[in-house]
Design a protein around this ligand. Structure first.
Ligand code: IVH
Length: 678
């Protein structure tokens, strides 16, 4: 009996590992998330009943329960060197000439890889099992971040034994046996969508935004509580070896192939190049296409392929001579700050924004740039009239990075507002935060933002109720809370400027139509801190009615998978605030009747695959993917002839071309929203 259970448990683990591999490494899931969750729950249950059978490498044991006191240090058995940089074709050519001279031959080839903008990590596998994950540190000694690394699903806890190739039995490298000691080096990174979502949540929490995905990845790996790291959606690409008990291959390209066979994630865009001209071509083409990627790159890495030749070339102590990076120029532009606005967000955060003389940057005209917060504004010393440099990294909104020329030597730097620019109330700096907030819960600025969010496409989706109309409605005193929207009459609207009979009717109809939006949209529209569309869906799937959500205790909320204690506290607090409760009661009295969730997702799409590409206005990529999953789709990131649907936002890139050439159905954001409403 005990043996049977052990066998069953091992089988489930193997199955889950295979599906993790297909999903996180290959990007080709074969089962729906629901099926996966079922397998996972079954394993968890069996392990709960038989705790003596739990092993450290079980997929259920990725996240450890207890925060660490601090990090141990690890001495790298093979040092982790850094890399020299080049910035243009001449420098790259000079690198090639040095190689040619040192090798006294023209007989060598290169491997060209993307330079992933994350942080270097060394993973040590012993007998195929992950034993240590360490940061680079000073190259000799790094931090032991194993607990955090284990939470990254793309990092296998156990390596897969590849197929043995019997036909090449004589060839030293033909077998895919895993060396007893295998150190894998690579980059931990945060995908762009995860980065944007994290910063959005941090802004709501009043925590400073991470400046870029690299900082976010580094910050997430250096957390002492792995449970938080687990929520950060980090990923990993393997690109080099450290210590090996036996060689994997005689060239780099084949080493990477071996990595793949072992189940390690290797970036799919790695190319061989026969000479430096071909290298240059590849570099230039990726410079143009980098916005197609779901993660940030800051250049390319060029490596001599043959390992014997690498040994001959050696290193300078600091960096190997056989490899070089080709750094892309950051996308920057110069312009003038015409004015600085202070915006009030829906939770009262005051954000300085620079209005700029329009300038072309990375293909789009930029008129505004974020100054993040007042500490940042003062650090940069930005004032009106200054010439500034703005920068755009990937899809992230442009930011001012430096003042190039002050308007005048004595120009005053923008003063931190002492009162809210909208309502004039007192402002307060968040405790241990950098954000300044308006303290007035009835501030018109906050109300307008909350209403805009409420009516937004991802929430109640009220067509015709845009920012300008909301502004008028609040200024005229017609709307003081969400419920007032549903009490508006045509005649009220006709009193507003520029409002004709027909458009007044359209607005009233659109508001009325939103009364029966799904419950999750209603919950999401309230703007509860930390609760966006995805968490709202998790809540409504669990509780199935508004009353139950409103009366849930913090303990009940925390018990839900994916609802952490911070979220639980925020939900509980929101629904125990008498003002919020009375607005909800008013909403219900005004005829708002959110639709209860239908049982689970629609089965009609099961086995259909969907891909999201480009930037959507109302969703981060992850949110859009989540919506598709809830509709029953399997979501992948590569388009093939089997793909049933491609959702294409702005700047969709090559995935759209591929979909078109394969005749795959492509829909835009509006059509996507229509599908979600079905
Ligand atoms: S190879 C001797 N390959 O770039 C260096 N590094 O600026 C061996 N990086 O510390 C590293 N993508 O963190 C290599 N495809 C890639 C890379 C890569 C990103 C990072 C790595 C390194 C840094 C140097």
């Amino acid at each position: 009996m005990g043996k049977d259970i052990n066998q069953k448990i091992e089988q489930l683990r193997k199955l889950i590992r295979e599906h993790d591999y297909l999903y996180y490494v290959m990007n080709q899931p074969k089962i729906s998330d629901r099926e996966y969750d079922r397998l996972f729950a079954e394993l968890k249950e069996l392990e709960k009943e038989n705790p003596e059978l739990i092993t450290a490498d079980s997929p259920t044991q990725r996240v450890s329960g207890q925060p660490l006191e601090g990090f141990q240090t690890v001495r790298h058995s093979v040092p982790m060197l850094s890399m020299d940089n080049t910035y243009n074709a001449e420098e790259l050519k000079a690198f090639d000439e040095r190689i040619q001279k040192q090798l006294k031959s023209k007989d060598y080839d290169y491997v060209v890889e993307l330079k992933i903008d994350g942080l270097a990590i060394s993973l040590r596998y012993e007998h195929g099992r992950l034993v240590t994950g360490a940061t680079r540190g000073d190259g000799e000694i790094g931090d032991d971040v194993t607990a955090n690394i284990r939470t990254i699903k793309a990092v296998p806890l156990i390596l897969m034994e590849g197929e043995k190739d019997k036909s090449h039995a004589a060839n030293l490298f033909a077998s895919s046996a895993i060396p007893d000691i295998l150190e894998v080096r690579g980059e931990v990174y945060m995908p762009t969508a995860a980065f944007e979502e994290l910063n959005r949540l941090r802004a709501e929490e009043g925590e400073p935004a991470f400046a870029n995905p690299r900082n976010a990845a580094a910050g997430s790996l250096k957390l002492l509580d792995a449970r938080i790291t687990a929520q950060r959606n980090l990923s990993f690409f393997a690109y080099a070896t450290g210590e090996l008990s036996e060689p994997l291959a005689d060239n780099h390209y084949d080493c990477l192939k071996k990595f793949k066979q072992f189940g390690l994630p290797v970036n799919p865009n790695i190319q061989k190049a026969k000479d430096i001209d071909e290298v240059m071509e590849i570099c230039l083409s990726w410079d143009k296409r980098r916005s197609e990627l779901d993660y940030q790159i800051d250049g390319m890495v060029v490596k001599v392929n043959n390992l014997d030749q690498r040994r001959k070339l050696g290193s300078t102590g600091r960096a190997p001579r056989w490899c070089i990076s080709y750094k892309f120029a950051a996308e920057q532009a110069e312009t003038i700050v015409e004015s600085i606005d202070v915006q009030v967000g829906k939770s009262g955060i005051l954000t300085p924004v620079a209005n700029l003389t329009p300038v072309l940057l990375a293909g789009t005209t930029v008129k505004r740039a974020s100054l993040h917060n007042f500490d940042e504004l003062n650090r940069l010393g930005v004032g009106v009239g200054d010439i500034v440099i703005i920068e755009k990294a990937g899809e992230i909104i442009p930011k001012v990075i430096e003042v190039k020329e002050k308007a005048s030597k004595h120009a005053v730097v923008f003063d931190i507002p002492k009162t809210c620019p909208v309502c004039g109330s007192e402002v307060r700096k968040d405790e241990d935060g950098v954000y300044i907030r308006c303290t007035n819960p009835d501030c018109a600025g906050q109300l307008k933002e909350r209403l805009r969010y409420f009516a937004g496409r991802g929430q109640m989706d009220i067509e015709n109720l845009g920012a300008a109309l909301i502004e008028q409605l609040v200024d005229a005193g017609l709307v003081k809370n969400f419920a007032d929207l549903y009490k508006l009459r045509r005649i009220d609207l006709l009193c507003l400027e520029r409002m004709a009979e027909k458009s007044a009717g359209n607005v009233i109809n659109a508001i009325a139509e939103s009364r029966t939006r799904p419950l999750w949209r209603f919950i999401a529209s309230l703007g509860i801190r930390h609760i966006g569309g995805q968490s709202a869906q998790i809540l409504t799937e669990h509780f199935d009615s508004l009353e139950k959500i409103m009366s849930a205790s913090q303990e009940e909320l925390t018990e839900i998978d994916q609802i952490g204690p911070v979220m639980a506290a925020s939900i509980f607090e929101y629904f125990h605030n008498t003002k919020n409760v009375s607005v909800i009661e008013e909403l219900l009295a005004a005829g708002v009747a959110p639709e209860k969730p239908k049982s689970a997702s629609s089965d009609k799409n099961i086995d259909k695959t969907a891909v999201v590409t480009g930037t959507l206005e109302n969703f981060t990529r992850e949110q859009a993917q989540e919506q598709l999953r809830l509709k029953g789709y399997k979501v992948t990131s590569t388009v093939s002839a089997k793909t049933a649907l491609v959702v294409a936002g702005k700047n969709p890139g090559s995935k759209l071309d591929k979909a078109k050439s394969l005749g795959v159905k492509v829909i835009d954001e509006q059509e996507f929203l229509d599908i979600l409403k079905e």
